[in-house]
Design a protein around this ligand. Structure first.
Ligand code: TXA
Ligand code: MG
Length: 319
């Protein structure tokens, strides 16, 4: 199968309507979309990505008034947040209605609903008339694509079309917040921060400092092929040469929002360079920095420092 990058939303709409899957731009990262109401179509997402069947997929809808069609017992706080941050990079986990096939939610009785902000995705949703289930368009465990070309790089030969929506303007995945229990809980940190959420609905459990418990939150994720290590201080030139290392220097992008926009494409670029290992440093752990540091943590093989010219691994994740 030849994979083409196209600009025609109508063609993507008919590809999805005929039960196939396609690459779709969102403001966060590119998605691999299917008709969320067709179990057979959604099964193709799992197959194509090699995604474990226990990991539920987010359902993208075109507006707040569709929440009730697919979810039930939706608390007021969901609407308060959606009024402020949707369309945008936030996903609400609520109890699901029967109409959503079990394969979408991996058998859970909750569903993740998100209104994407990318104008082409919104146009697509208007044309399909059905909601679109879409995980990030990377092979399972790997770096999420943030442009049509990166999506092609991940899925070449596996799907027919990728809709070209340019470079994603957020760059990291949506914040996932669950409203299934009494107190709302952030399952994945993203561009809408815990602080911003608490300003609207009060105290939430933020998952920071404890293990994040979303079913898909396996430890290794967003991973380059090269080993990537977290270090505490900037490496010096000679050390880098000796180690055949490259440095993922996020500070060159300026503020944390720009770091998020460029994080995955920079990781991908360094992964494709002819280095042996990638070194990176965390940024200040606040605001969107919490999400960025979480990605670095999951993408890394461990931590290390250089002592008298000798690299010492201080933490190894899979030992
Ligand atoms: O920004 C995004 O959210 C992107 C774009 C394409 O919309 N999508 C995305 O999907 O990142 P994915 O599948 O790569 O990550 C979705 C996360 C997973 O960790 C999954 O476990 C969690 O959301 N999730 C989805 N539905 C859930 C549910 N019903 N209960 C708990 N967690 C859920
Ligand atoms: Mg993903």
């Amino acid at each position: 199968m030849k994979t083409k990058i196209i600009n025609d939303v109508g063609m993507i709409a008919s590809e999805l309507a005929s039960g196939n899957i396609a690459g779709i731009p969102t403001e966060t990262v590119y998605g691999l979309g299917a008709n969320a109401l067709s179990g057979n179509a959604v099964a193709k997402i799992y197959e194509t990505k090699d995604r474990p069947k226990f990991n539920p997929i987010i359902v993208h809808v075109k507006g707040i008034d569709e929440f009730e069609i697919f979810g039930k017992d939706i608390p007021r706080d969901v609407y308060r947040l959606a009024e402020k941050y949707s369309p945008g990079p936030i996903t609400f986990i609520v109890r699901k209605k029967e109409i959503i096939p079990d394969i979408v939610t991996a058998g859970n009785d909750s569903v993740g609903l998100r209104i994407p902000r990318h104008p082409l995705f919104l146009e697509l949703l208007a044309q399909t008339g059905f909601p679109v289930a879409a995980p990030s368009a990377n092979m399972f465990g790997r770096i999420s694509p943030t442009s049509a070309e990166e999506t092609l790089n991940e899925l070449d030969g596996k799907i027919r079309y990728i809709l070209d929506g340019g470079k994603c303007d957020v760059g990291i995945e949506s914040t996932v917040i669950s409203f299934v229990d009494d107190v709302p809980k952030i399952l994945r940190h993203g561009a809408v921060t815990a602080e911003e959420i608490e300003k609207v609905i009060g105290k939430v459990i933020s998952g920071k400092g404890e293990k994040i418990i979303s079913p898909g939150m396996t430890e290794s994720h967003y991973a380059p092929r090269k080993p990537m290590f977290i270090i505490d201080t900037d490496p010096d030139e000679q050390e880098m040469k000796d180690l055949n290392a490259v440095f993922l220097d996020l500070h060159k992008f300026g503020d944390p929002l720009s770091m998020a926009v460029n994080l995955f494409s920079e990781m991908r670029r360094l992964d494709e360079s002819d280095c042996g290992i990638i070194l990176c440093r965390k940024i200040e752990d606040k605001g969107i920095g919490i999400a960025i540091n979480d990605k670095l943590e999951r993408a890394s093989t461990g931590n290390f420092r250089v002592e008298n010219g000798v690299p010492v691994i201080t933490k190894l994740k899979y030992a």
